[in-house]
Design a protein around this ligand. Sequence first.
Ligand code: HEM
Length: 740
Amino acid sequence: MAATVPLLQFVPAKTFQTKLRSNRLLRPTKQRGNFGLSMITCSSSNGRGPDSVDNEVKTVEQLIEEKRRAELSARISSGEFTVNKSGYPSKLRNGLSKLGVPREILDVLFNWVDTHQDHPKIPEAKGLMSAVQNEAFFIPLYELYLTYGGIFRLTFGPKSFLIVSEPAIAKHILRDNSKAYSKGILAEILEFVMGKGLIPADGEIWRLRRRAIVPALHLKYVAAMINLFGQATERLCQKLDAAASDGEDVEMESLFSRLTLDIIGKALFNYDFDSLTNDTGIVEAVYTVLREAEDRSVAPIPVWEIPIWKDISPQQKKVAKALKLINVTLDDLIAICKRMVDEEELQFHEEYVNEQDPSILHFLLASGDDVSSKQLRDDLMTMLIAGHETSAAVLTWTFYLLSQEPRVMSKLQEEVDSILGDRIPTIEDMKKLKYATRVINESLRLYPQPPVLIRRSLEDDRLGDYSIKRGEDIFICVWNLHRSPKLWDDADKFNPERWPLDGPNPNETNQNFSYLPFGGGPRKCVGDMFATYENVVALAMLVRRFNFQMAIGAPEVKMTTGATIHTTEGLKMTVTRRIKPPIVPTLEMPAFEVDTSVGVSKGDSLVGPKDSNQQTRQRKVEVCVWNVLSVLVLAMCVCFVVFIVRVAEDTSRLSNPPDRLKMEHAAGSGSGSGSGGYYYDIVVKLYFPKTYKSFARGRTDWPSSLPLYTCDLKVPLKNGSQSATSAFNTTKCMPVCQCD
Ligand code: HEM
């Protein structure tokens, strides 16, 4: 069943755009000619250089932003959005008062009404189209949250939504009383593509499928995926390399979308979409379906529900065709995989991974999942969408944020250079790339994907001080939680340092539900670890090779929302190859800290629990290896310098040839092979006396009493010294000589 009231119906499609201007980081990328070109790797300011102009632009933007906020606050306080809480009883009281009913009687009467409202009323705001126009829908929700607090009701005509931005209430809905909530509107909208897949499914179906799917994403599987992430990113690097050579700007959002599609295709069902080079057939079908899902989630009228429309609308026909192609392809992949499973000898066990095909589909089939079931296809389709869009959005916004913060970028590049060098990352590197992980953590805080979590109450419940009825549609506004000035210092600032490097990986549990990048409770994302590693690998490999900056004349970066936060016109960047400083191994002793973080759950295991003795031993070995390597590198450097000096000496010798060559041997008596049987097409090799010393090649027919030096080069002589060698073929040969 499709949605009767489509998701976010109150906002017309295509109006969720907003300029990112609520603060310095959210400010739009201006078209500022050369001034916009602040390189990510370095920044310097000098008097009225680009930085000072940049600061002025920022100040103007801040002023505009403050003015806009002030205007909106004034409108909120004037009651423009506020539903009169007194409602009908209040009007009645006013009316009776005007009719002359004494105040004492009214008090008694209406106090009785009030006391029979045994709970306070949820603050209520009414939706106004003009308030949300040209905005991503969560921006006005944020403004309303600042006014109405952690829970309020937003009413649009006959429809109302509860907007939750309070950690304790989010925890209650997502974790403590999760059974009392379903996916509501979300399930209705996504039904056409995900069916009863894991995201929209509720109740028993969800319980069974979650139990089947979660084990497939075990640690060994994720470790096997790291290499896949690296290979796919390498393909993207090659593409960027070509763009860097041609001096072409690149649209990073679509490239990230392709990268993550390629990754999830292989990871889920061992299928190579190769979308970085190929844009037809199945890739186009997947994009058609994804776009439709996004469009439906913001459409004002559920046109796809109208029976005749479904058959005549070109768009709906295109979607149906795309879905058919995807389903046929999935059926083929399932059949191929099933054959592999039937033929293999491998016994199924907890951490089962088939090395040729480590995909989730392979795991599920080997575990005995029903091949013919629509459920299997629904789950694969669900994970395809869940794992693709989200990661692409995270990478897009991470690179946007980095382009605004050169300091963070250089720190990140430093870490990646020292840990990875030129290698493809491994699972061990994931624990070491701590700053890169913090960059992703922080990017997910500022741009949560998705920005709201949707639920519907299945029974009456109590949220904080308020009672709610069954059937309430609820938006848990992760955007508000993640940017709340009450919960975060400098909430809008992109500051990966807010997460200590030696602390645990931030998640909903250790942040007490003020940070929900992957949701929380039983419906928490199953792909959290997969996604974090995927993003860290891609980030590390890209910043290691390239510098990224906003392209000159790039369109402003504005937000628009579907399931995740997109840009309205892409993220156009100029990519240049990095000239890396030489990697100097550090001899610094790493601090021997005892890792007090114990037992982190599967999703938190980026900094896994460690045995501290083992860790100490490992660090000692590492330091030792670094020391040996340093000595070797130093020795090699010295040898190299000596070599260069010697070559320089020899080169100068060659460019200043001697006037005269002193013959050392009477080899000149030979004149051709017929004279004394000596071959003279042999050339003396003393041109580089320092570097080659006496390189000699013996000839079998050369008398051993006469030393012979050979080489392939010729000495350029001045002043007819060649006469001294006239007995030889001087174009090719030279007798033994000394150059001084
Ligand atoms: C950075 C990338 C990702 C982000 C930010 C993300 C975020 C989320 C969030 C917030 C939820 C909870 C939704 C809710 O409570 O309504 C979720 C659920 C889910 N995610 Fe992810 N996800 C990501 C990547 C992935 C990947 C790679 C996969 C699959 C391999 C995946 C599969 C799922 C599934 C199946 C669910 C539904 C779980 C359930 O309802 O039991 N996600 N994700």
